[in-house]
Write a protein that binds this ligand. Sequence first.
Ligand code: ADE
Ligand code: ZN
Length: 337
Amino acid sequence: MATTEAASHRLPKAELHVHVEGAAPPALVARLAERHGLDLEGVFDDQGRYRWEDFTGFLHAYDRAASVFRTPEDYAVLSETYLKEIAADGAIYAELTISPDHAAGAGLSYVDYVAGLAEGIGRARAETGIEARMIAVGVRHFGARAVEQVASQVIAAPHPLVTGFGLAGDEREGHPANFARAFRMAGEAGLGLTAHAGEVCGPESVTATLDFLRVQRIGHGVRAIEDPEVVRRLVEDEVVLEVCPGSNLALGLYERLRFHPVNLLRRSGCRITLNSDDPPFFHTSLAEEYESCATTFGWSGADMLDMTREAVRGAFCDPATRMRLMGRIEEHGNGES
Ligand code: ADE
Ligand code: ZN
């Protein structure tokens, strides 16, 4: 498909929701598996792409791919590779969702994990100018104690690039109330808060997340559209939605992009950002999300620039960085007019 003006590689882009392990190119995962002598039988299809069938299967494939990252340098290569790739498509900012539990499962401490990722972020920034921050998440189906432990690790070893705390994993397991303590700890430590909700489960999951976790942002949140009261609350509370249309299509939430509620949510006044979630697993990219939405919903270059502005406004970064990023967006806007 030809690239529209609204989403060309020159248009500044930003994303707030991409799982760093979920962004691992299959070729990198295969290379590391060989280097570390690990068996990945069944993870790839015969074309070398990730193989999974449903949400549970996806989470399992994700766990297995993540298990090949064993050293800080493995993680440095991962964050550097991903950020340079999206910078080439115009990205100026990204928040990487990081999962200390996955690193621990591969034998890496929280401190070494973050140091490796930060090294890669630094290299990508030096080469391309892209800014990035990290959001440490607990895995919901590992239980409340494990999520609290992630919050404790983040608070005990503050890192200037770890600016947020979140909740990922299987939304069908564990009521948000179970995680209230972890989110209270993280919030009191000054971290930005976000949680996956309204992806696999319906609008009641969004409501419970807002009630118990006091998040500023919601990962996905798209199923809020099923309850106008919930949409009204998102608008009123100015909650930022980290919308990942390609992920939702791949997981079968919606059959076609034109049936996806992102446009309706936007027209209802919700704060919308576009994100890639786990790009190679879902055969998408940040540029593809911009491109397909521009084409399907007739969003103009100005609309797409608004999406990037909303991401920067909702970013868990310091005010000086936010101002610099806004400056880059406005520079582009002025150049186009
Ligand atoms: N972890 C990685 N991707 C995820 C998703 N889309 N939903 C929940 N947890 C995840
Ligand atoms: Zn996600």
